[in-house]
Design a protein around this ligand. Structure first.
Ligand code: PLP
Length: 429
């Protein structure tokens, strides 16, 4: 198949800022989308293994969310309400408390921030500093937490950090689980630094981390390591911030990615798939004793996206009121593991990364990963890379993708990997 750029992409190249990114990997214009299928303006169909970077865990345009939103709009329900009480907001909060927090033994309060993930992260680090009276935040190698200055200071990626042009201060980066290989206990290293009063490391306000590093290469921390961090944070009087923006909302198999790890985070930023339909919405879960904000101390005009409240409520009612969805994710995750292991076996030195529906293959180099993704695109599959060197081909299919279509996408990925691979092994010789 040949890729032809529609005439109308002229306006993007001419008029849209150079900051644009994903559209460069997928030079096509989309006009419709349903569940895991994207349709281009010229009628071509693509399987979506990117899912809005995990903002579309329930696929594109879920019919029940869509209908509820149409009904809400038709009835002149509020679109925007600052942070005022609205019926749509109440209905969402009630179902979130009842169906998500209570069954998991969580008594967190809910703060609505501006509607992006980075805003929820800013709120979390601001609050941790306010609660502890300390300023240093501990973040981890390969972590990604957003692009505004506070969250960017917690982000590891040099390219992203470079855009700041001011010192990104107040954050110490420590080695994530397995950063030196599986034999090295990075918690023991941290303990040495924190317990030595001459190490030069200040007592932190918080530890911030992702249980599976979405942008940083799908490194997955073990429950044991997460408990180690939770204990260390507690001992040091620091808060534990678990950024579940990408790994949460079912992506790893459970609603929260940490819920089977025996930890209770102090603060949990949520965004991406929280609204269920790809509408902007973010929230910060806060253990009640830490909710010491003054009114409007962290503010934002778009804290009440009522359209998102409507679809977020339907998402919970539809998918999280019994165990069926979790079982469905487990089945697809097992299929994904099995198929990716075949690809790993094809590529010398390749490794399987991640867990649940957040897995991928470290193919050893960014060039090979890019070639595989480009070949996938030519064959009708949208898929992206992750990792410090973009060396991980990352599968982020909607959790609702039909098994047949998941297999079809994985067939394309396998063919693309086979095709890209010999070229690279020859180049290396
Ligand atoms: C995407 C992401 C963010 C930032 O969310 P935005 O909505 O892009 O601001 C923060 N943390 C993690 C783990 C993410 O994946």
């Amino acid at each position: 198949m040949t890729i032809h750029t529609p005439a109308s992409t002229g306006i993007y190249d001419r008029f849209e800022s150079e900051a644009r990114s994903y559209c460069r990997s997928f030079p096509v214009e989309f006009s419709a989308a349903r569940n895991a299928t994207l349709t281009a303006s010229d009628g071509r169909e693509f399987i979506d293994f990117l899912a809005g970077c995990s903002s579309l865990n329930y696929g594109h345009n879920d019919p029940d969310m869509k209908q509820a939103l149409i009904d809400h709009i038709t009835a002149d329900g509020l679109a925007h309400g600052l942070d005022m009480h609205t019926s749509a907001k109440r209905a969402f909060m009630e179902v979130f408390e009842e169906r998500i927090l209570r069954p998991r033994g969580m008594d967190h309060k809910m703060m609505f921030t501006g509607p992006t993930g980075t805003n929820a992260v800013e709120a979390a680090i601001k609050l941790a500093r306010k609660v502890t009276g300390r300023h240093q935040i501990v973040a981890f190698t390969n972590g990604f937490h957003g692009m505004t200055l506070g969250a960017l200071a917690c982000t590891g990626n040099a390219g992203k950090r470079g855009g700041a042009s001011v010192p990104l201060s107040g954050v110490t980066h420590m080695p994530y689980a397995g950063a030196f290989g599986s034999d090295v206990d990075t918690i023991a290293q941290m303990e040495m630094l924190f317990d030595n009063p001459s190490s030069g490391i200040d007592a932190p306000a918080a530890f911030i981390l992702e249980p599976v590093q979405g942008e940083g290469g799908l490194n997955a921390a073990s429950a044991e390591w997460m408990r180690g961090i939770a204990e260390l944070a507690k001992r040091l009087g620091a808060l534990l911030i678990v950024d579940d923006i990408q790994a949460g909302i079912g992506r790893t198999g459970t609603f929260f990615s940490f819920e089977k790890m025996g930890i209770v985070p102090d603060l949990v930023p949520l965004a991406k798939s929280l609204s269920g339909m790809g509408l902007p919405m973010a929230a910060l879960l806060i253990r009640p004793e830490h909710d010491i904000w003054s009114p409007a101390e962290h503010n934002g005009t778009f804290r009440g996206n009522n359209h998102a409240f409507v679809t977020a409520r339907v998402a919970i009612e539809k998918f999280w009121c019994d165990s069926r969805f979790e079982e469905e994710i487990a089945t697809k995750s097992a299929l994904l593991t099995k198929r990716l292991e075949r690809i790993v076996a094809m590529i010398p030195g390749a490794r399987l990364k991640g867990r649940g529906m957040m897995q991928g293959v470290d193919v050893g180099s960014g060039e090979l990963a890019a070639d595989i993704c480009a070949e996938c695109f030519r064959r009708g599959l949208i898929i992206e890379t992750s990792g410090a060197h973009d060396e991980v081909v990352k599968v982020l299919a909607p959790l609702t993708i039909p098994e047949r279509q998941l297999s079809e996408g994985l067939d394309i990925l396998e063919t693309a990997a086979r095709q890209a691979c010999p070229a690279h092994s020859m180049a290396a010789e």
